[in-house]
Design a protein around this ligand. Structure first.
Ligand code: BES
Ligand code: ZN
Length: 458
């Protein structure tokens, strides 16, 4: 590794944090229409930062939704091309009163930078901007060809990204995708992610009557949609946590004994895990370990429930409607469309005639798994070893990045998922943060990664 580059990164540590604060200050919340201008501003901020880092042909490419930011450096003929993907949009910040410092005024406390988007995903994208900059400033070039695409709709299901990729196949031609939007297994346990779950998300609406009713006058004579919804949800899983939708497990690739052995070797402490999330007891599918349940097995979850009177005090009412948001995390080889059909059929089957039901499909995404013997994955392992002074563990994430499957299917590209988030980064929650040591080591590991990828024999 070029020590000049590492020295440069070490010298500029504090500057990086100050610069990142500028991006974190922009509330690019893709879920809220009133922030559409901020989302665009965050895209423009990224574009000018990419230009400053030394990328060329930098531009915003419009989509029917938020723009894609594109930039490239193609000055290494014969060398591999990295397609770097990340997202500049962030999750909403509610409940705001639980934040210890304002979500869009990045604040450093005890070696962590607190802000919405610090870990997911601006901070991790910024790592690569700085790794590119370090190469450019010290050597005037990159060891590989480089293309960057950043999207602004990842947190709302990436609805315009698949069409974008299909429409720009030539522009996006590359050898390998690099993404930093995942986490490490634990503090001081650098990691490479080789699997992601897929997703299938729905809203269920039930209507019992045309308006709310007095629960004394009508109670007992009609079905209560809140109660019906609870009964329906109760039929989604058995007591052992197994999902009861017929056909749900048909395409699940079973965990191999070898992989289960690898899972057992991960430095996992069940008691600490339980305490960290404040659960009186853990619960999950019978026959699987917590780690397997949280990354390698499919799930059915209720994400939200709404019905009737929820204010202070008491109100004797029969709600007219009840609503649930539910989603399933999927594993290879489950297909979100097929699972969606099975789910809808099951909902229709278990809905009693006393209510009207409407099922709305929200977003989804396919699961993904890499082959560990891929030379680019191996190259990333060596880069992490250099950046963090320790070989990475190989892990599967329970979360989803649907575009990873698209890169494979549409562009035929493998992905390297090298993330530096921590399990307690509170992504999507109040007090999101990023560990600054991980951020810093991540910049070095990224800079090394480009060199390691350049050396891969094709
Ligand atoms: N960075 C996350 C994905 C992630 C989460 C990776 C946890 C590893 C661990 C990403 O921004 C995200 O939140 N994805 C969504 C995708 C969904 C909206 C299709 C998710 O997983 O819920
Ligand atoms: Zn996210």
């Amino acid at each position: 590794m070029n020590t000049q580059i590492v020295d440069f990164i070490n010298t500029n540590r504090d500057r990086y944090v100050e610069e990142l604060k500028g991006w974190l200050a922009i509330p690019s919340i893709s879920a809220l229409p009133e922030h559409v201008g901020d989302v665009r501003r965050a895209a423009e901020w990224a574009a000018s930062e990419m230009t400053r880092a030394g990328l060329g042909n930098v531009r915003l490419i419009d989509t029917p939704g938020n723009p894609v930011v594109y930039g490239e450096w193609l000055g290494a003929p014969g060398a591999p091309t990295i397609l770097y993907y990340g997202h500049y949009d962030v999750q909403p910040v509610d409940p705001l009163d639980l934040w210890q410092s304002p979500p869009f005024e990045a604040t450093v406390r005890e070696g962590e930078i607190y802000a919405r988007g610090a870990s997911d995903d601006k901070g991790q994208v910024f790592m690569h901007f700085k790794a590119i900059e370090a190469h450019m400033k010290q050597t005037g070039r990159l060891p590989v060809n480089f293309k960057v695409i950043l999207e602004g709709e990842e947190e709302v299901g990436s609805r315009n990204l698949d069409p974008f990729i299909r429409a720009h196949k030539d522009l996006l031609q590359a050898d390998v995708v690099v993404i930093s939007d995942t986490g490490m297994f634990d503090r001081n346990v650098p990691s490479l992610c080789y699997g992601l779950r897929g997703l299938s998300y729905f809203q269920i609406d039930l209507r019992g009557t045309s308006t709310d009713l007095h629960s004394g006058t009508y109670g007992g004579a009609v079905a209560n949609p809140a109660f019906v919804l609870a009964q329906m949800l109760a039929q989604m899983k058995d007591r052992g946590g197994r999902i009861k939708i017929p056909g749900f497990y048909d395409d699940v690739r079973p965990l191999s004994e070898a992989e289960r052995e690898e899972f057992k070797k991960l430095p996992f402490n069940e008691k600490q895990y339980r305490k960290a999330i404040g659960a009186p007891r853990l619960f999950g599918e019978t026959g699987y370990s917590t780690m397997e349940r949280a990354s390698a097995r499919p799930t059915f979850e209720v994400n939200g429930l709404l019905s009737g009177f929820t204010g202070e005090g008491a109100k004797t009412v029969l709600p007219a409607v009840a609503m649930a948001k539910v989603s399933m995390r999927l594993v290879p080889n489950q297909d979100p469309e097929k699972i969606g059909d099975l789910f809808e059929a099951y909902v229709k089957k278990i809905t009693p005639k006393t209510v009207e039901v409407k099922v709305t499909r929200m977003h989804g995404g396919k699961p993904w798994m890499a082959s560990l013997d891929n030379p680019y994955v191996q190259a990333a392992g060596r880069a992490i070893q250099t950046g963090f002074g320790q070989a990475p563990v190989f892990m599967r994430e329970g979360g989803s990045i649907p575009v990873v499957a698209t890169f494979q299917e549409v562009l035929g590209l493998p992905s390297v998922l090298f993330g530096v988030g921590l399990p307690d980064d509170r992504i999507h929650a109040p007090n999101e943060k990023l560990d600054l040591a991980n951020f810093h080591n991540g910049i070095i590991a990224s800079a090394v990664l480009y060199e390691e990828i350049a050396a891969v024999q094709r």
